[in-house]
Design a binder for this molecule. Structure first.
Ligand code: M6R
Length: 617
């Protein structure tokens, strides 16, 4: 959701901000804007639509300056209009501000500020904050205790905010100061050589520096040209820690691929390798994790695990449930984070809570984590983004090391999450009943995943050809049993997110209890059939669809004895250990969804209405 880029340094600021916004496009947005501090005051340009449009508009404007703020807006309060786009300048012209998050008490603020003579020209909650900063600024004496009047005014204004924010602020009287603050919405400080950036995430700053300060909730930073100072909204003297970003510029670039989604699908042999790196025991019989912060003895005492997440990560939780129950014999529950956080669920004393999140910033997942911790449970996280809020607030966890995922539709992050779930199942299993020999077999299987994935990726052209034949359909069903059920859900989600085709995932047997009414020549079904206990049952379900003239695309494992001519299209994946089949079965449906979306001319990496990281409830 919304993206912030701010800059203070020696470079001409406009191209720096526009490049930063371009790199944040993947977060999802519908309008964009920029404000530059120039000798003639703030130069502000805003537009609805893409950053490319903003770049064209500003091309004619000199906008000379080395301090500025910019924003991509994903509309919450007020429609997608130029007036509602950020930056918002206070009605006295003093303060320019960009904001991510939601100011819940903005109506009260607005009422108060109108009485004080401030005026409003947008429908946003943000404009209330820019005017509130201006109000406090007008009241403040010039400077106190080494802090500028601006710094103090921002700090005071934020004390009155109910809700969430990441903000970047400038003032006409301070050509050498940029203020940032966060609560609930991410904001980082990039620390370069004689230059500093404020940004919503690292992708906007990697071309400038790999040194970063991850601001925490309630922190406010004042950045000058020669250094910065962090305080909280109420206290001074916060020690800011400078971390190193492990991602590099190439990771966040398209290279030869037409879309990030395709690049990330093809990244998977590497991202899966990275999920495993250094995580197997020397005797090759189990997995090991450095950051769980729990001893084997403590883990032995767990008798239930609750997994919670949103979207694709929730599907990863469902796979984890299957794998951990199957291989570690520990009961697992799965909940949507948005439900868990408000449901006040009674949890068993020996429950361990796990959240899964690519971004580490999803607000509902963060809320669920905090709720579990508030109740006294240990809450661990599987996450991809180092330094993210959830990575910092969890009691321990496992990093995915999948590299930046820019495509809005999650692909490599999902497979790396389910790979880690398989490794966790192995680790917990070996702490309980799983034998050394079974552990060794499972480790070997996991290690073979990248090669198997390469083999499936080699079928991309074939899958593209299938996609061409089916891209015109308006409805799809995705059907699978057991561990293939979450993959069916994930296949349906991928397709609807990027191609806007209506798609539903169901356990294959559930089809008869309702969705079968949808079956016709016009509604194809994607089935998953793997060797093992249930393939005959899946075959029966396919026959039920065929009997109703439904078209079938079947993803099946090599040795699964599928009757000839059963399906209209088949995609064959390698026969492998049960624990890795969910990863392997995911790849074809990622490719299928991608190619169908491309065939339909959809904007694959920036699907309508979606945001990469959902930081509002
Ligand atoms: O960053 P997170 O993993 O917490 O994100 C959760 C969901 O918002 C995310 O998986 C979403 O469903 C994606 N668009 C799926 O492709």
């Amino acid at each position: 959701m919304c993206g912030i880029v701010g800059y203070i340094g020696k470079q001409t600021v406009k191209p720096v901000l526009l490049e930063g916004l371009k790199r944040l496009e993947y977060r999802g947005y519908d309008s964009a804007g920029i404000a530059v501090f120039t000798e003639e005051g703030f130069k502000v340009t805003k537009t609805t639509g893409r950053v490319a449009g903003l770049t064209r508009l500003t091309a004619r404007e000199p906008m000379k300056g080395t301090l500025g703020i910019s924003h991509t807006r994903w509309a919450t309060h007020g429609g997608v209009t130029e007036a509602n786009a950020h930056p918002h300048v206070s009605s006295d012209g003093k303060i320019a501000l960009v904001h991510n998050g939601v100011i819940e008490n903005y109506n009260d603020m607005k009422r108060f500020l109108k009485e004080k003579g401030y005026t409003f020209s947008s429908e946003t909650d943000t404009e209330a904050l820019s005017n509130l900063v201006a109000y406090h600024y007008a009241k403040e004496p010039p400077a106190t205790n080494g802090k500028s009047r601006l710094f103090i005014a921002v700090r005071k204004a934020l004390r009155h905010v109910e809700g969430t924010y990441g903000v970047a602020v400038m003032c006409t009287d301070y050509p050498d100061e940029l203020i940032g603050a966060r609560k609930g919405s991410p904001l980082i400080v990039g620390v370069g050589q004689g230059e500093y950036l404020l940004a919503s995430d690292v992708s906007a700053i990697v071309t400038h520096t790999s040194n970063v300060v991850y601001l925490k909730d309630d922190e406010v930073v004042s950045i000058k040209r020669d250094g910065f100072q962090v305080v909280t909204t109420n206290e001074d003297g916060v020690e800011a820690k400078i971390d190193k970003i492990s991602w590099n510029v190439e990771d966040a670039e398209l290279g030869d691929f037409p879309h990030f989604m395709l690049k990330e699908i093809f990244d998977q042999p590497a991202s899966l390798e990275n999920a495993m790196r250094g995580r197997f025991s020397d005797d090759g019989s189990t997995a090991k994790f450095g950051g769980l912060n729990m001893t084997p003895r403590e883990l032995r005492q767990i008798d239930r695990i609750l997994f919670t997440a949103c979207g694709t990560a929730w599907h990863a939780c469902l796979v984890a449930e299957y794998l951990i129950e199957r291989f570690a014999r520990i009961p697992v529950e799965v909940e949507y984070a948005s439900e868990f956080r408000y449901r006040n669920a009674p949890l068993d004393k020996n429950t361990l809570v796990f959240v899964i999140t690519q971004s580490g910033e999803t607000i509902d997942t963060l809320g669920a984590l905090r709720e579990a911790q508030r109740k006294g449970y240990k809450a661990l996280a599987i996450t991809n983004v180092v330094g993210s809020t959830i990575a910092r607030e969890s009691d321990g966890g496992i990093y995915q090391h999948a590299g930046p995922e820019i495509g809005v539709a999650s692909t490599k992050a999902f497979t790396s999450q389910i790979m880690i779930a398989a490794m966790l199942a192995l680790y917990l299993g070996r702490l309980r009943d799983m034998s050394f020999a079974d552990g060794v077999v499972m480790v070997q299987a996991l290690k073979s995943v990248p090669d198997y994935v390469r083999k499936i990726l080699d079928q991309a052209d074939r899958i593209h050809a299938i996609a061409k034949r089916y891209a015109h359909h308006a409805d799809f069903l995705f059907l699978g049993r057991q561990a293939m059920f979450p993959i069916a859900l994930e296949g349906a989600l991928k397709l609807k997110e990027i191609s806007y085709i209506h798609a539903e995932g169901y356990p294959a047997a559930e089809m008869k209890h309702g969705p079968i009414a949808l079956i016709s020549e016009e509604c194809p079904s994607v089935f998953f059939a793997m060797s093992g206990e249930n393939w005959q049952k899946v075959v029966s379900n396919i026959q039920e669809v065929k009997a109703r003239k439904g078209k079938v695309i079947l993803v099946h494992s090599e040795e699964c004895p599928i009757p000839e001519d059963l399906a209209d299209e088949t995609i064959v994946i390698p026969e492998a250990h049960e624990s890795i089949m969910p990863v392997l079965a995911t790849i074809p449906v990622q490719l299928l969804s991608y190619y169908i979306a491309v065939e339909r001319g959809c904007d694959v990496d920036k699907p309508r209405n979606l945001a990469k990281s959902v930081t509002v409830e």
